[in-house]
Design a protein around this ligand. Sequence first.
Ligand code: GLU
Length: 389
Amino acid sequence: MPGRGLQSMASTQERHPGLDLTLARRVVIKIGSSLLVEASTGRIHRSWLEALCEDIARMRARGQQVVLVSSGAIALGRRILNMSEGSLRLEESQAAAAAGQVALAHAYSQTLSSSNLHVAQVLLTLSDTEQRRRYLNARNTLKTLLDLGAVPVVNENDTVATEEIRYGDNDRLAARVAQLVSADCLVLLSDIDGLYSADPGVDPDAKFIPLVPELTPEIEALAGESRSGMGRGGMVTKLIAARIALGAGCHVAIANGRLERPLLAMEQGGRCTWFVRHRSPAAARKQWIAGSLKPLGSLQLDEGARTALLAGKSLLPAGVTAVQGEFERGDAVALTAPDGRILGHGLSAYTSAEAASIAGCQSSEIAGILGYSGRDELIHRDDLVLFGV
Ligand code: GLU
């Protein structure tokens, strides 16, 4: 079996040298409940977690940034609160998550601290990635944590999430997080080693698919339902997750997390399914800003700001001479050059009222004017796209 896996991966890598976990700059790793929590005891699978954390420490030592999206809160909480077997009512799973999340975060923190890595818990609700203002907040916080060298451990905030307002499964959450942090690789660790042409549990002729160069409707039709008892995601949600992440310029891998060292196995060419992205996270984000967002206002720039933007810099309040329209933080605005030409679009870090108050001022004056210290930039360079440049 391992031989076959190595073989298929070797041919994958020949065709796609970019699909190498060790080369990714920022990696999101999704860890399912059924990997982390032992079904028989409801406790953390310690030796597995320790081995995984050693691999994460090695990735960090290589300079790679790692975000973990881990399930397991509800499964752990059930045991902690002595809850009965069988399906839980909404308020019961919320209660289980509240108790289990403490144990979950503690387990990661304890295990990664032996490699001198700091864990930061981030609990997200659907609106944190679907509403632009909250999206920017979550993005900034996660990026700051990564810059500070921490390993964010993300989960859905199950305690407040109800059916209508939840991601529902951590595959989709992980894809949204990959999009949020502009990750270049998303690894979905699962209880299956990747995608097959049919359900391998049912069809002995099912063929393993090591590489998906294009996520077509035919490929999506291959997905069956989850067979694992604990997590919510199945192959269907993994493919939805893959579509979201690919759209954000992120390579995706589905790999077998049941191995003792799943990340090491991937690095060594072990069996997994790679989905190939067609653009970088930066290009995907710029396309999103340029194409799908209607500007709700505009900022008039002075000549200095125009030159700075053309040189790839961010827009500072000092370079803005006027603010038009009404917009919220995170809304798209047009950037107007002194000659009246629209230079591009960007996401404003301030509301229109705030932008009008700080226009023409130095960034060091922002806190004095607004009464709180926001970002130095009115539009960060990652959040703007210039036309014809
Ligand atoms: N957020 C849930 C938990 O931590 C799991 C969701 C899933 O299994 O995908 O228990």
